[in-house]
Design a binder for this molecule. Structure first.
Ligand code: SAM
Ligand code: DTB
Ligand code: SF4
Length: 329
């Protein structure tokens, strides 16, 4: 078997992963790749614990951006009804339910290109309110300038989610209303403001194997890699440009999860959107490959998620349970 030496991420002078390293890992015989990923996983995490987050769409639809995968773009005939920013009290009521359901992190998403000044007070009140419930907070509101990032960080926002979605090369095939560089700039503003970064992407948008590897390399080679890396399987949305994109081969999906685990040994890798379409066996394989975070609940932002009954049964069969929040931090 090839011996793979992971690059230590806490070295003062950190060496970067090369495309060659990543390709070699990705193309290992599957058993070797899984063994390597699971070995690394066990040195940093309890392999039988999953971090559980819950999502809420606080502002749905009517988005001016043209992301080809999204149900919420006003530019695609997806039939989704747009709604206004949710009242703070309603968000907090939903967050309480999520906490009772076992979620330790509450993620609030808005269909915006970027937050407007007039919305910031309500968004800040949501962060403070959810934080006061004793949950970790995460938001995904589109692009942030340094000032907005600082305001959110000061309010106590723990994580900001902003996905790079795919490789730099393929990005403009999927989104034309902003650039890959815009995405990286927001991520840098989030990091500078002192928040933790949640950044990942989507598989199944017609991208190549090289695009998937390059996406992971961009994340892994950041000065500080994201603490949370969501890997979404495209949920095809009727009316969206990617409604008929070719499906990802499940084994290739597992390979990407394993590669993410090896390239970013201490990050949480989230098996994110698309679990409803995955078999229990595929999910189990993703957890073995190093995925250790999921969204729970029966709804993501606008699309379905497996729901509590199915997940509870699956986790019992696999002997995995929810990771508790480390309140000592
Ligand atoms: N509007 C904000 C933005 O785009 O940054 C935040 C919300 S957006 C819906 C959050 C992420 O969800 C996207 O970056 C994308 O990675 C993921 N996503 C959206 N629609 C999806 C779909 N149909 N299937 C899989 N992932 C999806
Ligand atoms: C992420 O990477 N996936 C989540 C979260 N970050 C915001 C969103 C998934 C959205 C799936 C499609 C929908 O619900 O509309
Ligand atoms: Fe808007 Fe975000 Fe959907 Fe893109 S992914 S259309 S920015 S809500």
């Amino acid at each position: 078997m090839n011996v793979v030496v992971p690059v230590p991420q806490d070295d003062k002078v950190r060496s970067l992963w090369t495309r060659e390293d990543a390709e070699r890992l990705y193309n290992l015989p599957l058993n070797d790749l899984l063994f390597e990923a699971q070995t690394i996983h066990r040195t940093h995490f309890d392999p039988n614990k999953l971090q559980m987050s819950r999502l809420l769409s606080i502002k749905t639809g009517g988005c001016p951006e043209d992301c080809g995968y999204c149900s919420q773009s006003a530019l695609a005939p997806t039939g989704l009804k747009a709604s206004k920013l949710m009242e703070v009290e309603r968000v907090l009521a939903e967050a309480r339910k999520a906490k009772d359901g076992g979620a330790t992190r509450y993620c609030m998403g808005a269909a915006w290109r970027s937050p407007k000044e007039r919305d910031m007070d309500m968004v800040i009140a949501m962060v403070e309110g959810v934080k006061a419930l004793g949950m970790e907070t995460c938001m995904t509101l589109g692009m942030l300038d340094p000032f907005q990032a600082k305001r959110l960080a000061t309010a106590g926002l723990d994580y900001y989610n902003h996905n790079i979605d795919t490789s730099e090369r393929y990005y403009s095939e999927i989104i034309t209303t902003r650039t890959f560089a815009d995405r990286l700039e927001t991520l840098s503003n989030v990091r500078e403001a002192g928040m933790k970064v949640c950044a990942g992407g989507i598989l199944g948008m017609g991208e190549s194997e090289g695009d998937r590897i390059d996406m992971l390399l961009t994340l892994a080679n950041m000065t500080v890699p994201p603490e949370s890396v969501p890997i979404n399987m495209l949920i095809p949305i009727p009316g969206s440009r990617l409604a008929n994109a070719p499906k990802v081969d499940p084994i290739e999906f597992v390979r990407v999860i394993a590669l993410a685990r090896i390239l970013m040994p201490t990050s949480y890798v989230r098996l994110s959107a698309g679990r409803t379409e995955m078999s229990d066996e595929l999910q189990a394989m993703c957890f073995f490959a190093g995925a250790n975070s999921i969204f729970i609940g029966d709804c993501l932002l606008t699309a379905d998620n497996p729901g509590e009954d199915h997940d509870t049964a699956l986790f019992r069969r696999l002997g995995v349970s929810a990771e508790e929040l480390d309140t000592a931090q």
